[in-house]
Design a protein around this ligand. Structure first.
Ligand code: 13P
Length: 255
């Protein structure tokens, strides 16, 4: 059966890699997916390697994402990076609201919304992350938590804005732990996210791409992608090896 949505796989390299290492990894990924026609592929290097990697990948099938951005366009905000600056170095997407930003750097739902809307204004595609902690899951609060994060993140967006958004469901307990959500657990939340977006815009919901993230590996992506509402992967650790990331993309888009 044909997929309802084009699969999308993004490697989130987190805090890893010199410029030379990032260029080598990006080049290997590009070469590995060169013949692939049925998926979108992106990599998210660290800020310092973005320009070099974007130049290297220019005109190829792999696009570049940043891992975070600020919501103001310019001004006295020492250390911050504006979405327009990311577009300027060649980024097409930006991850916002990653759980590591929320948990380690105190990023709140309202900030995630400001960042996502600023990204859209600059012509970037925001990849908005939502996900519950283990304590929230154990307390039966998963869907409530996802709803709150999602509602806040897409507040005050127009339908046109929403049509450019990608959502990533990343259960915090599955990130970097080797313990991925089961396909059933992922599907339950993905379906919930799509239904929730449908209450905002019924025509857009079926087009929304919802990625799963959290210990995605070459040997579990197929089962995850077999679920109706799983449209791709946001891959951390396994994207630091071109060989395993390319296998994830190929296995996942063939599922
Ligand atoms: P891992 O794939 O290392 O679990 O990380 C997932 C993630 O946080 C991607 O953004």
């Amino acid at each position: 059966m044909a997929r309802a949505r084009r699969p999308f796989f993004c490697g989130n390299w987190k805090l890893n890699g010199s410029i030379a290492e990032s260029l080598a990894l990006a080049t290997e990924v590009r070469n590995g997916v060169a013949t692939l026609r049925d998926a979108d592929v992106a990599v998210a290097p660290g800020f310092t390697a973005l320009y070099a990697v974007a130049k290297r990948l220019e005109d190829g099938p792999v696009s570049v994402a940043a891992q975070d951005c600020f919501w103001e366009e310019k001004g006295a905000f020492t250390g911050e990076v504006a979405p327009a600056q990311l577009a300027d170095v060649g980024c097409k997407h930006v991850i916002v609201g990653h759980s590591e930003r929320r948990q380690l750097f105190g990023e709140l739902d309202a900030a995630v919304n400001l960042k996502a809307r600023a990204a859209l204004r600059a012509g970037l595609q925001p990849i908005i992350c939502v996900g519950e902690t283990l304590a929230e899951r154990d307390a039966g609060e998963t869907l409530g938590r996802i709803q709150a994060q999602l509602d806040a993140a897409i507040a005050e967006m127009s339908d046109d804005d929403l049509s450019h958004v990608v959502i990533a469901y990343e259960p915090v307990w599955a990130i970097g732990t080797g313990r991925n959500a089961t396909p059933g657990q992922a599907q339950e939340v993905h379906q919930f996210i799509r239904a929730r977006v449908a209450t905002r815009s019924a025509p857009l919901a079926p087009k929304l791409r919802i990625l799963y993230g959290g210990s995605v590996k070459p040997d579990n992506i197929r089962a995850l992608m077999a679920e109706a509402d799983v449209d791709g992967g946001l891959v951390g650790g396994a994207s630091l090896s071109a060989e395993s990331f390319v296998r994830i993309v190929k296995e996942g888009s063939a599922a």
